[in-house]
Design a protein around this ligand. Structure first.
Ligand SMILES: C[S@@+](CC[C@H](N)C(=O)[O-])C[C@H]1O[C@@H](n2cnc3c(N)ncnc32)[C@H](O)[C@@H]1O
Length: 258
C-alpha cells in the first residue's frame, strides 16, 4: 500500500519510503525462491493448491485463451491453467498460452526447474517485469490472474489499473490473496498459528526467519475483502465480487473488463 501524499509504503509492520519497498520485496523473494514451493506446501498444509484449484474452476480455462499470470512466481497458476485448457476439446481453436510475469528473476528461474516446466514448450512465456508498469499493449489478454502477489506491490491501485488496461473487453480478472478470517475466534487461532509456526518453519527449513515474518505481517496489512473489492471497482472493473476461502484465510476476488 503506497501513501501517495507522504510517499511511504507498508513493508510488513514497518512504514518505509515508497521508493525502497520494491527492493526490499525483491530481497525477500530472492531469499525464498529456492525453497518457495516446498515452504508453500508446508505453511498451508497443501491448502494453497485447493485455493488455486478454486480459482481455475471459476476461470474455466479454454483453448484459444491467453492468460497473463502476474506475480506468477514459479508458475503454479499458469501451468495449471494450461493443463486444464489442454484437456478441453480444441474445436478448431489455437492451443491456450500463458505469459508469466514476475518482478523477480530468481522466482522465474526457480519455475524453470520445476518437474512440469518443460511440458508446455513455447505455450509459456516468462517476463521479468513490474505489475505496476506492464510491458504489454492495451486490450491484449483474455484473462489476468495474480495469486498471493498484489500485497507485495507498492501501489496496488496502479497494478489494478494496469490489469484493466491489458485485458480485452470481456476479459476476466482474478486475484487470490491471503485475507482476513471472518470470525474473531478463528482470527485468534490463525494469529497464534501464523505468528509462531510460520517464522519458525522459515528458520528451520529455509534458514530465513525474517522473510517469513514479513510475509505474515504483510497479510495483516492487506485491506479487508470489501475494501479491496472497492479498489478493483475503482480500476474500472465491473461485476466485482469475492468469495472467502477457508473461512477468509484467503479470498478470491473477481471482476470483468466490459
Ligand atoms: C508469494 S509469491 C506468489 C507466487 C505465485 N503467484 C503463487 O501463487 O505461488 C509473490 C510473487 O510476487 C512477486 N512480486 C512482488 N512484487 C511484484 C511486482 N511489483 N510485480 C510483479 N511481481 C511481483 C514476487 O517476486 C513473488 O514471486
Amino acid at each position: 500500500m503506497a501513501d501517495i501524499k507522504t510517499k511511504t509504503a507498508s513493508f510488513g509492520y514497518q512504514e518505509v519510503p515508497a521508493g525502497e519497498k520494491e527492493g526490499m520485496v525483491r530481497a525477500v523473494f530472492d531469499s525464498v525462491a529456492e525453497n518457495y514451493d516446498l515452504m508453500n506446501d508446508l505453511m498451508s498444509g497443501g491448502v494453497h493448491r485447493i485455493w488455486k484449484s478454486v480459482l481455475l474452476d471459476r476461470l474455466n480455462p479454454q483453448p484459444g485463451q491467453h492468460l497473463l499470470d502476474v506475480a506468477g512466481g514459479t508458475g503454479d497458476i499458469a501451468l495449471s491453467f494450461l493443463s486444464r485448457a489442454n484437456e478441453r476439446p480444441i474445436r478448431g481453436r489455437k492451443p491456450a498460452k500463458v505469459t508469466i510475469c514476475d518482478i523477480n528473476h530468481s522466482m522465474l528461474h526457480a519455475g524453470t526447474k520445476r518437474a512440469d516446466a518443460e511440458r508446455f514448450g513455447d505455450s509459456v512465456t516468462r517476463t521479468c517485469s513490474d505489475a505496476q508498469n506492464l510491458p504489454y499493449p492495451d486490450n491484449h489478454f483474455d484473462a489476468y490472474t495474480i495469486g498471493f502477489g498484489i500485497r507485495n506491490v507498492t501501489d496496488m491501485q496502479a497494478a489494478l489499473t494496469e490489469a484493466y488496461r491489458v485485458l480485452k473487453p470481456g476479459g476476466r480478472f482474478f486475484c487470490l490473496e491471503f485475507s482476513h478470517p471472518i470470525t474473531d475466534g478463528f482470527q485468534n487461532l490463525y494469529d497464534t498459528y501464523s505468528f509462531n509456526v510460520i517464522p519458525w518453519l522459515g528458520e528451520k527449513v529455509a534458514d530465513d526467519r525474517e522473510s517469513y515474518q514479513y510475509l505474515i505481517e504483510s497479510i495483516r496489512r492487506f485491506p479487508s475483502q470489501q475494501d479491496f473489492a472497492g479498489k478493483i471497482r475503482r480500476a474500472g472493473f465491473s461485476r466485482v465480487d469475492y468469495e472467502n476461502l477457508s473461512g477468509g484465510i484467503a479470498a478470491l476476488h473477481a471482476g470483468w473488463r466490459l
